[in-house]
Design a protein around this ligand. Structure first.
Ligand code: G4P
Length: 198
């Protein structure tokens, strides 16, 4: 998605060989127009999949997920990272280990919002090692929901999450795939390489 790649090129900062800072449009301040286009692109890529619901994880997944929900005209559920006091009903949970933050957290979704009739598109802002995606998949399996695939805004293709999920048979659609962040430079996968990675 050229618009997104341009934005990453102009505003993204490679903080290290493995971390990209995109606070100005995705992780802190949000660019609504860009989010709208991102949602449209996800909707386009999954429009024939019979999606009934979108599932993401707070907080940065919510922006792109809501926009995809708007374009696909389906509800959006976000997994909570803390058990909310208002959630008294039965919860589905999974533990997610973050290699970036070196911590493990439990994530929760109310059983009420997912069931066997759902065909779910998982959306997230970043795909690195894939632990958040694996946690969401675990919850969806507990709910007996079907998984149509994953829509990712930025995939760090030099980390293993995307390949592992694709090997397991999941359709993973990433709008920008980064092959390297070395020496402070963001390098995208060439289109041909993107096809191969898929
Ligand atoms: P994984 O789920 O793919 O295994 O990722 P990992 O544990 O490595 O990442 C944990 C958190 O860090 C996630 O956000 C993820 O989106 C974010 N993250 C991973 N790599 C990068 C990166 O290169 N740049 C940025 N900006 N974020 C990255 P989170 O803790 O859930 O944060 P938030 O959604 O509340 O913002």
């Amino acid at each position: 998605m050229e618009l997104l790649k341009k934005k990453i090129d102009t505003e993204g900062v490679a903080l290290s060989d493995s971390v990209l800072k995109v606070d100005s449009f995705l992780n802190h301040q949000l660019d609504p127009q860009l989010m709208f286009e991102i949602g449209k692109e996800f909707a386009n890529r999954f429009k024939r999949s019979g999606i009934t619901k979108i599932v993401t994880i707070e907080s940065s997944g919510i922006g792109p997920a809501v926009m995809a929900g708007l374009h696909l005209n389906v509800p959006v559920v976000f997994a909570r990272k803390r058990k909310p006091v208002t959630l008294k009903e039965e919860l589905l949970s999974a533990s997610v280990h973050s290699f970036t933050k070196k911590e493990t957290n439990e994530i929760f979704i109310s059983k009420k919002y997912l069931d066997a009739n759902d065909h779910v598109l998982i959306i997230d802002d970043f795909l690195a090692n894939g632990q958040a995606a694996i946690g969401l998949i675990e919850i969806l399996k507990k709910a007996d929901s079907r998984i149509a695939g994953l829509g990712i805004v930025i995939e760090k293709a030099f980390q293993e999450g995307g390949q592992n999920l694709r090997k397991q048979g999941y359709k993973v659609e990433s709008l920008a795939m980064i092959s390297s962040l070395s020496n402070g430079k963001v390098v995208f996968l060439e289109e041909k390489e993107e096809e191969l990675a898929r």
